[in-house]
Design a protein around this ligand. Structure first.
Ligand SMILES: NC(=O)C1=CN([C@@H]2O[C@H](COP(=O)(O)OP(=O)(O)OC[C@H]3O[C@@H](n4cnc5c(N)ncnc54)[C@H](OP(=O)(O)O)[C@@H]3O)[C@@H](O)[C@H]2O)C=CC1
Ligand SMILES: O=C(O)C1=N[C@H](C(=O)O)C[C@H](O)C1
Length: 266
């Protein structure tokens, strides 16, 4: 039995994680953690998530007696970093899905992984992790004069853009091509008054309504176009993947792992 603690437990992903823990038989909820200032502190977890049957209450993430076999964080970069400090000080493995990290924030995460095992993934679905392999095949097998573009669509409340997944797809393509991603990434063409070059990766973003998460990598040339698309229909997909990662991580040595390690896709 793996005891799981969920940070940001009142958030969209926090709620999906609680549901995923409830569904999976080999795990149990050790804690549903919210900020000290949260209106949900000390209220029943099920008041927010009606399908949840646990009698647990939301508890304070800064509490001294916070305990779990594995902690899961899908919050914001600032919150994730403070949760990471807690995990390192208590020597608890951590699964992290928070996106929008700066290079400096990523460096903190890498440093922490010298002390505890961490799974960090910008997408916990099986499909997207397979897609990361498929785009590398397309990038290496297709002719060099392909235009490469990545499109992503998410719900109106998503803060970071492009999505972590879009960037992971772009980085996978750049790696396969032997390109430096930061050099070839093109986020905005509004001031570029010239034709598309074939050694760049263009990104475009849509934010609307309740879209859970859609990503397409385009490989296009004269006369044909290959589109590799993934569509997530429910946040439970990501949450179940994170719970699976937590079970996999429980007895691993310190280090930085990703969802492809968990799924054996490397
Ligand atoms: N890797 C993956 O597969 C996926 C990753 N994500 C990522 O997960 C993250 C969360 O997404 P989502 O659930 O939609 O967002 P929500 O806004 O619904 O939830 C964010 C949660 O983080 C908490 N939080 C924010 N700032 C802090 C802080 N400084 N300290 C402590 N807690 C904080 C919020 O608490 P409060 O309510 O008190 O503000 C809330 O509980 C995003 O980065 C998103 O991109 C999402 C889906 C899949
Ligand atoms: O914020 C979201 O919702 C999602 N975020 C992740 C990302 O940035 O790629 C994963 C998923 O697409 C949903």
């Amino acid at each position: 039995m793996t005891k799981i603690g969920v940070f940001g437990a009142n958030g969209r992903m926090g709620q999906a994680l609680i549901e995923a823990v409830e569904i999976e038989k080999e795990v149990e909820l050790a804690g549903a953690f919210v900020r000290e200032s949260s209106q949900y502190l000390n209220t029943q977890v099920k008041a927010l998530q009606p399908v949840h049957t646990s009698a647990l209450q939301f508890s304070d993430e800064s509490s001294e007696d916070l305990q779990a076999d594995v902690l899961i964080d899908f919050t914001l970069p600032e919150g994730m970093l403070s949760h990471l400090k807690v995990a390192v000080s208590k020597q608890i493995p951590m699964v992290i899905g928070t996106t929008g990290l700066s290079d400096q924030e990523m460096a903190h995460l890498q440093e922490a992984s010298k002390h505890i095992p961490i799974v960090f993934a910008r997408n916990f679905s099986v499909g997207v992790n397979l897609l990361l392999n498929l785009v590398q095949t397309a990038a290496t097998k297709l002719a060099d004069e392909m235009d490469i573009e990545i499109f992503e669509a998410h719900h109106r409340n998503k803060i970071d853009a492009p999505s972590g997944t879009a960037l992971a797809i772009g980085e996978a393509i750049a790696e396969a091509k032997g390109w430096d991603h930061d050099t070839v990434a093109r986020y905005d063409r509004s001031n570029v008054h010239e034709a598309k070059s074939q050694d760049e990766i263009g990104y475009s973003v849509l934010r609307a309504g309740d879209i859970v998460g859609e990503h397409t990598a385009y490989f296009a040339t004269m006369g044909e176009r290959l589109e590799l698309t993934h569509k997530a229909a429910s946040r439970l997909t990501f949450a179940s993947g994170a719970v699976r990662a937590a079970q996999w991580l429980k007895n691993k040595p310190a280090g930085l792992y990703d969802m492809q390690d968990v799924l054996g896709l490397k």
